[in-house]
Design a protein around this ligand. Structure first.
Ligand SMILES: *[C@@H]1O[C@H](CO)[C@@H](O)[C@H](O)[C@H]1NC(C)=O
Ligand SMILES: *[C@@H]1O[C@H](CO)[C@@H](O)[C@H](O)[C@H]1NC(C)=O
Ligand SMILES: *[C@@H]1O[C@H](CO)[C@@H](O)[C@H](O)[C@H]1NC(C)=O
Ligand SMILES: *[C@@H]1O[C@H](CO)[C@@H](O)[C@H](O)[C@H]1NC(C)=O
Ligand SMILES: *[C@@H]1O[C@H](CO)[C@@H](O)[C@H](O)[C@H]1NC(C)=O
Length: 452
């Protein structure tokens, strides 16, 4: 490899993501700039005549409660602004973890925001509806994060659970797209029935019921309501009635900006493959850099355009860039990742892939190969500081690009990957700064961005 070839690739590699992230930080989610989304206050001035006394009460109480909620959010925003100004956080108790370093866009703002979230944030999960399409989602396998989040919020132990809807800052619509596909579609999928109408009807019915029964959806037009799903089809839930759902916050693994994912309003959910009954990082330690003898590693299915390109170019062609089909044994798969310096994370059927979290958990530097993927926790984490991005067009240059990363830079990336690991670990119950807390924090930031 000629030095002349490596240099530009390295410069482009670092400059393009920085430029894009700057743009993103300025125009996308910038809660720390306190951008006000245009949600008009729709709390009705007078109770409509045909309602029963009890319902009018709920309505009045709810609007009364809203002032308190908004005051509280205003205090949280002020505390975050103050922390940014003083460059130090404020807390009533000793903080066990203090974010620092370049992987955080603004470590102090993040810390203060997390402190405020733990102190205040309450979410009401609607009780309506029957299992298994609502209140139940997969807890294992590829869609596991959908079920883990739901279970965390419904199991009763989460401190983020609101006791009454009046005290809630946000409202969780507990429908599971993965369950709907499993129970409604899969039996007929063999007949190739992909008509999305049934998915739309189930979600519309649910939202219609809670919007008719309680004042909360109407008062914010859904701006403080959210759905969480890891299924590929999840972005579709709002497609049938885009105007009605335009303010709904969708927390999605399939965070494809060219399929309608809106980084300023929606939140990107990491995809996590959980073995049956297994939680947390699969291999906590991750191998020491000196034991990482493979430059780049990928193992997985050949689905999607990007993977096909990757296999065409690298499958069985190079000792340093190992691209192989799916390994049947998961522990061998994880061990191979733990022996690689870089782990290739190309998009497959959808933009997200559990590989990113897997790579991070074994200390392998993720190499992101995707298009239009809005990365998880991007409003807090600066991904360019702990991953490498290779554009789809440059898949053929993977070896030159990764070989061109200096040992010093690699060790820096390695240390940072180990540093962000806590943000990608799934704990039950959730712990401060872990993956579920980060998802909650994504929601919290989006709620801070809205004033009702
Ligand atoms: C509404 O508030 C009033 C007074 O604060 C209280 O007596 C009443 O029980 C509340 N109603 C509901 C449905 O919470
Ligand atoms: C919310 O708005 C819809 C549509 O305008 C209406 O049918 C529903 O009754 C309203 N909900 C409440 C609780 O008033
Ligand atoms: C998607 O990615 C392509 C290629 O990088 C880019 O040209 C396009 O503008 C992106 N679209 C959106 C909606 O971000
Ligand atoms: C490297 O791997 C070997 C074999 O798995 C192990 O015994 C050794 O402790 C590892 N070295 C380091 C520094 O992690
Ligand atoms: C993202 O969305 C675009 C537009 O629908 C699609 O062409 C592309 O394949 C999607 N990306 C992935 C990885 O699925």
């Amino acid at each position: 490899m000629a030095a002349a070839e490596q240099k530009p690739s390295h410069v482009i590699l670092t400059l393009i993501p920085i430029f894009l992230l700057l743009l993103y930080a300025l125009f996308a989610v910038s809660p720390f700039l306190d951008r006000k989304l245009s949600v008009s206050a729709t709390v009705p001035a007078a109770a409509p005549p045909p309602l029963t006394t009890e319902k009018i009460d709920v309505r009045r109480n709810a609007s009364g409660g809203l002032e308190k909620i908004e005051e509280e959010l205003a205090r949280a925003r002020a505390a975050i602004r103050e922390a940014i100004r003083c460059r130090s956080y404020r807390s009533y108790k000793e903080e066990e973890f203090v974010p620092s370093g370049p992987v955080y866009r603004n470590p102090t703002a993040f810390q203060q925001s997390h402190i405020e979230m733990v102190k205040r944030f309450k979410i009401w999960t609607y009780r309506e509806g029957e299992r298994p399409l609502v209140h139940r989602a997969p807890m294992t396998n590829i869609y596991s994060i959908e079920g883990q989040f739901l279970d965390e919020m419904e199991s009763g132990k989460s401190p983020f659970r609101a006791q009454t809807p009046e005290e809630a800052h946000m409202f969780y619509i507990p429908v599971s797209v993965a369950s709907i596909i499993h129970f409604i579609y899969q039996p007929v999928l063999t007949k190739k029935d992909y008509d999305r109408g049934r998915l739309h009807r189930i979600v519309d019915d649910y939202v219609g019921i809670v919007a008719g029964k309680y004042p909360y959806w109407n008062r914010s037009q859904g701006a403080d309501h959210f759905v969480v799903s890891c299924h590929d089809w999840a972005p579709d839930v709002s497609k049938d009635n885009p105007k009605f759902y335009s303010k709904l916050i969708r927390v999605l693994c399939n965070a494809n900006t060219s399929e309608g994912f809106r980084p300023a309003r929606d939140a990107s959910l990491p995809e996590v493959f959980l073995d049956y009954g297994r939680l947390g990082p699969v291999q906590p330690g991750g191998s020491d850099p000196s034991n990482r003898t493979t430059l780049a590693f990928f193992s997985g299915g050949i689905h999607g355009h990007i993977r096909r390109l990757l296999f065409e170019r690298w499958h069985g062609k190079d000792r340093d860039v190992q691209v192989i089909e799916r390994l049947p044994d998961r522990s061998i798969y994880m061990a191979r990742m733990a022996r690689a310096k870089f782990c290739l994370c190309p998009s497959g059927h959808e933009v997200a892939s559990p590989r990113i979290v897997e790579a991070i958990s074994v200390g392998c530097v993720p190499v992101l190969i995707s298009r239009n993927y809005s990365l998880p926790f991007g409003e807090v984490l600066d991904w360019s500081e702990f991953t490498v991005t290779v554009t789809v067009e440059r898949i053929g240059e993977i070896k030159a690009i990764l070989g061109g990363v200096s040992e010093e830079r690699y060790l820096e990336l390695f240390r940072r990957v180990k540093g962000v690991r806590r943000h990608f670990a799934v704990n039950r119950p959730a712990r401060p700064y872990d993956l579920l807390h980060m998802v909650l924090h994504s929601l919290w930031l989006r709620r801070l961005n809205v004033r009702l």
